[in-house]
Design a protein around this ligand. Sequence first.
Ligand SMILES: Cc1cc2nc3c(=O)[nH]c(=O)nc-3n(C[C@H](O)[C@H](O)[C@H](O)COP(=O)(O)OP(=O)(O)OC[C@H]3O[C@@H](n4cnc5c(N)ncnc54)[C@H](O)[C@@H]3O)c2cc1C
Length: 285
Amino acid sequence: MPIVPPVASPHSLVDAYAALAEAPARPIAGGTDLMVAITGELGEPPERVLDLWRLDELRGIAIDGDAVSLGALTTYTEIRRSALCREHLPALVEAAATIGAAQIQNRGTLGGNIANASPAGDTLPVLLALDASIVCGSSRGERTVPAEEFWTGYRQTALAGDELVVRIRVPLAAGRETRFRKVGTRRAQSISKVVLALSYRDAGPAATWTDVRLALGSVAATPIRARATEVVLEGRLPTPETADQAAETLAGELDPIDDVRSTAEYRRLVAARVLHRLIREAGGW
Ligand SMILES: Cc1cc2nc3c(=O)[nH]c(=O)nc-3n(C[C@H](O)[C@H](O)[C@H](O)COP(=O)(O)OP(=O)(O)OC[C@H]3O[C@@H](n4cnc5c(N)ncnc54)[C@H](O)[C@@H]3O)c2cc1C
């Protein structure tokens, strides 16, 4: 028999924090992950639910100092339609367009993808590659956690029990290029087999790459940076030789798992091929 847990629906962040300080509750944003588990038929159902949908403090996309700030309740549709995101965060727009299909994009949120902490969460490698930070809040105040430190284990995060993801800050970086690719079984409603985000700075078409960051999802218990491959790419031009070396290094560096969606060997080979192709596209050869 499905269980319907009690739901609190605060209208302000202060009230939400107070509710979480008083008794543990599972936040719900768009519900596209949580509703799958809420009846208890697929694991432990939440005892209490805290509905975040009315918290306007968790909405909005804006430039805030040297970063783009996205409220935790920002949906994928909002990301896709945002002129700011299209100008400054095109890889996040690309990732948003691959998530689920229209219904999921209208309801699913960036904060939910981050807090859900699935290694297959499609925005997570983009946030790692863009050096984003997650602002977490509670009645004790706010703190900023670099994306690098946020996903601490399989479906584990740095959030304390009474904390919410409040917003995501992505630094504005002049000259930074970011490339995104998701591999799934089809174009829509597909969970990633491999997802990859590559970012770098260059000063023009013939300039070497610097500040290279390569992040992958669905290849480990958490989204990861491929640091050995980043070293290969740093200070290089996107030539065929660079692409061969980087792809080979990535294949050696990854240690994926076999699961229902794919084999480890497929993930390793595809990740290397996708990286090779991204470098080729960047190099225009
Ligand atoms: C049919 C279908 C297709 C999907 N396709 C994709 C896909 O292609 N790629 C992909 O990455 N995901 C996919 N998903 C998963 C899901 O849509 C995303 O992870 C989405 O971003 C979750 O956001 P949400 O607002 O719906 O989260 P919810 O379901 O509301 O919450 C998810 C988790 O995060 C917690 N949470 C939510 N917001 C906060 C917050 N602000 N602070 C703290 N905790 C919070 C909740 O307690 C819960 O544990 C799919 C889901 C479905 C049902």
